[in-house]
Design a protein around this ligand. Structure first.
Ligand code: AMP
Ligand code: GLY
Length: 435
């Protein structure tokens, strides 16, 4: 079977790499892809938003499965168009993708299904939002743009002034455009975060292994929010008991409620959860693989990913046997351009990728890279996801950073503490690689 992956980031490189190892797959295309997807698959010069051209390409090539990577084409209805053209595609429909496309809609689904989440109010009028903030005794609030804002539309506030400022940015200055016309104001939760990703065909649910992201730019979770500066899997914070709660109280009722509302959800349901004293609560839903969570997850995935994704796309997930994972933990360190998550320059040649590629149990996933005259250059904010397996998290971390040391370009930087926050929860010393 031929497979097409849509997107050009680290998530898509990880998908292309793992799909190309699937026994059922003969060729993997990536549109538009990056310098890394060109190594593990074949890049196609069609942009993510050019759905008509992507469909034409998939038909001409006889593509048996298309995987839509990012949220924007999902929210815009790419899956509906592929299905209308009679093609097999992995991802939720436009109506189902609203779970990520509108935080107000996600809150409504959670309220109807009694899913534990932060208490929230929704506003379309800035004056009403401001007076709500003034009236609250508790100033620790989170203000969120309703629509998609590349992870930048969330303001975690400690004071009333910060919350009022967020309203100013989102609703009065409209710095996030349409996405901030409606806002969600919710109570600020305390606890530890984890990313729970599950495959679903709208009926059956198959949770993936757990993972944790590092959203803040700098060490010790300081600095501004980013798309994610690193990840590790598993997240030892999520014990089997907590996972059972997440499945029973969050994943099952969400999938059930979406079906009941006539928006059956097929694809990856990603719940960002906070483990609070009262148990797991949902911070947000995403409707696609997390980036960089999927880099550390797929490093551990064993088996035919294409078959699993195709079964989910076709509503046959119940026929898929248990997923097989490498028991060894993995760590993914994101290397970024100077200035990210703010403005940054592009075009710097990246050296040392060959040396890093020779290290054992290590894979360098490309995110913002491009091939120029045969040379890989940095072409985005998050440039690489350097990922390694180890017999324990310390070894996985060490190996990932050894690979990072091989790689350099002007202005390259990364966090130095990826996976450290797991230490408090780790109980297992060593896991041997599978035979
Ligand atoms: P979201 O995009 O909704 O996941 O928000 C981005 C980040 O903001 C999350 O990963 C959390 O660190 C933080 N956040 C979001 N909602 C809350 C909340 N209700 N309480 C505390 N932190 C939150
Ligand atoms: N790493 C967070 C996300 O993919 O949204």
């Amino acid at each position: 079977m031929k497979v097409l992956v849509i997107g050009n980031g680290g998530r898509e490189h990880a998908l292309v790499w793992k799909l190309s190892q699937s026994a059922s797959v003969t060729e993997v295309f990536c549109a538009p892809g990056n310098a890394g997807t060109a190594l593990d698959g074949t890049n196609v010069d069609i942009q993510v938003s050019q759905t008509d051209l992507l469909i034409k390409f998939a038909k001409e090539q006889g593509v048996g499965l298309t995987v839509v990577g990012p949220e924007v084409p999902l929210v815009d209805g790419a899956v509906d168009q592929f299905e209308a053209a009679g093609l097999c595609v992995f991802g939720p429909s436009r109506l189902a993708a609203e779970l990520e496309g509108s935080k107000a809609f996600a809150k409504e689904i959670m309220r109807m299904a009694a899913i534990p989440t932060a208490e929230a109010q929704i506003f379309t009028d800035p004056m009403a939002a401001e007076s709500y903030i003034w009236d609250r005794e508790e100033a620790r609030l989170v203000v969120k743009a309703d629509g998609l804002a590349s992870g930048k539309g969330v303001f975690v506030c400690s004071t009333r002034d910060e919350a009022l400022d967020a309203i100013n940015v989102l609703m009065r200055k409209q710095e996030f455009g349409e996405a901030g016309r409606k806002v969600v104001i919710e109570e600020r939760l305390d606890g530890e975060e984890a990313s729970i990703l599950a495959l679903t065909d709208g009926q059956s649910i198959l949770p993936l292994e757990t993972a944790q992201d590092h959203k803040r730019a700098f060490d010790d979770d300081q600095g501004p929010n980013t798309g994610g500066m690193g990840s590790y899997s598993p997240a030892p914070l999520i014990t089997p008991e907590i996972m059972d709660q997440i499945i029973g109280q969050i994943l099952v009722p969400t999938v059930h409620m979406m079906r009941k509302r006539g928006r059956p959800f097929k694809g990856i349901l990603y719940a960002g959860v906070m483990i609070t004293h009262q148990g797991p609560k949902v911070l947000e839903f995403n409707v696609r693989f997390g980036d960089p969570e999927v880099q550390s997850l797929l490093m551990r995935f064993r088996g035919d990913l294409a078959r699993v994704l195709k079964a989910a796309a076709e509503g046959k997930l119940a026929s898929v046997p248990q997923l097989d994972w490498d028991p060894r933990p993995s760590v993914c360190v994101v290397m970024a351009s100077e200035g990210y998550p703010g403005a940054y320059d592009k075009g710097f040649p990246i050296r040392g990728l060959e040396a890093a590629a020779e290290l054992p149990d290590t894979k360098v996933f490309h995110a913002g890279t491009e091939l120029r005259n045969g040379q890989v250059v940095a072409n985005g904010g998050r440039v690489l996801g350097v990922t390694a397996l180890g017999t324990n998290l310390d070894e996985a971390k060490l190996r990932a950073y050894q690979a990072v040391k091989c790689i350099r370009w002007d202005g390259a930087w990364c966090r130095h503490d990826i996976s450290d926050k797991s230490r408090r929860f780790v109980t297992q010393d060593r896991v041997e690689p599978p035979k």
